[in-house]
Design a protein around this ligand. Structure first.
Ligand code: IPE
Ligand code: MG
Length: 222
C-alpha cells in the first residue's frame, strides 16, 4: 500500500489526507477481494521501518488504524472475514493492541476470506523470529536441528495459518519488495503498477487478477 503521500502531494493536500484516502482504498479493496473470490488478502499497512517516520505522521497512521478497526469490524465480521495480524505489536499503544486482539478473537471462526494486516512487520524480522522459535525448541530438546526443513520453517512464520502467496501487487511505481513477505514470495507472481494506493480498488484488482491468470507458473519445472 504505497503512494498515499504522493497522492496527497499531487493535490496540494497534507500527507494525512492521502492516508485517509488510503483507508477508503483498504475498505474498497477488501470488499472487492471478497467479491472476486480471493481466499486470503494481506495488506502491508505498517512496516518495522515505518517507525522511523516523524512522530506526527506515526500518530496520524495509528489514529487511522484505530478508526478503521472501530468502523469496519462489524461489517468485516458480517461479511465472514477472518482477521489476522502479521508482525510484532510490542511498540503499538495498548488500546490498539486490545482492539486488534478483540478483532482477531471475534472473527476467528469466519471462513469467507482471510484478511491479514501486516503491522510492525518486516520480513527479515519475521525470519529471525522463526529462527529463534526453532532454536529455542532445539535447545529445549523438542526438535533436533536436522529435523528443521522448509515445512517446519514455514510453520514458524507469522503466515503459518495462511495459504501460499500467489500474487504480490505493489502500487506507486516503486519496483522493490521493501522487506515484505521475502520467504513467501519465492514463487509468487509480482505485479508493479504506477497507480497510487488511494486510487486502488475493484477495477485495478480485477485487472491484476486478469494479468495473473495469463502468467504461466512453472516453479522451476518445465
Ligand atoms: C504508504 O504511503 C502508507 C503507509 C506507510 C501506511 P506512503 O506514506 O509511503 O506514501 P509515499 O510513498 O510518501 O507516496
Ligand atoms: Mg512510500
Amino acid at each position: 500500500m504505497d503512494g498515499n503521500g504522493r497522492w496527497a502531494k499531487q493535490r496540494g493536500l497534507p500527507r494525512v489526507a492521502g492516508h485517509k484516502q488510503g483507508v477508503e482504498a483498504v475498505r474498497r479493496t477488501v470488499r472487492a477481494a471478497s467479491e472476486l473470490g480471493i481466499e486470503a488478502l494481506t495488506l502491508y499497512a505498517f512496516s518495522t521501518e515505518n517507525w522511523r517516520r516523524p512522530e506526527d505522521e506515526i500518530s496520524d497512521l495509528l489514529g487511522l488504524l484505530r478508526f478503521f478497526i472501530s468502523r469496519e469490524l462489524d461489517a468485516l465480521h458480517k461479511a465472514g472475514v477472518r482477521i489476522l495480524i502479521l508482525g510484532d505489536l510490542c511498540r503499538f499503544p495498548a488500546d490498539i493492541v486490545a482492539d486488534i486482539k478483540h478483532a482477531i478473537e471475534r472473527t476467528a471462526g469466519n471462513s469467507k476470506m482471510t484478511l491479514a494486516i501486516a503491522l510492525g512487520y518486516g520480513a527479515r524480522a519475521e525470519i529471525v523470529h522463526a529462527a529463534r522459535t526453532l532454536a529455542a525448541k532445539a535447545v529445549a530438546g523438542e526438535i533436533a536441528p536436522d529435523q528443521i526443513d522448509e515445512v517446519m520453517f514455514d510453520a514458524a512464520l507469522y503466515t503459518h495459518d495462511m495459504p501460499p502467496l500467489d500474487l504480490l501487487i505493489r502500487t506507486s511505481g516503486e519496483v522493490r519488495l521493501s522487506n515484505f513477505l521475502l520467504w513467501q514470495a519465492a514463487y509468487a507472481e509480482m505485479i508493479f503498477i504506477d497507480q497510487f494506493w488511494p486510487d486502488f480498488g475493484h477495477e485495478t484488482l480485477a485487472q491484476c487478477l486478469d494479468e495473473y491468470a495469463r502468467r504461466e507458473r512453472r516453479y522451476g519445472g518445465l
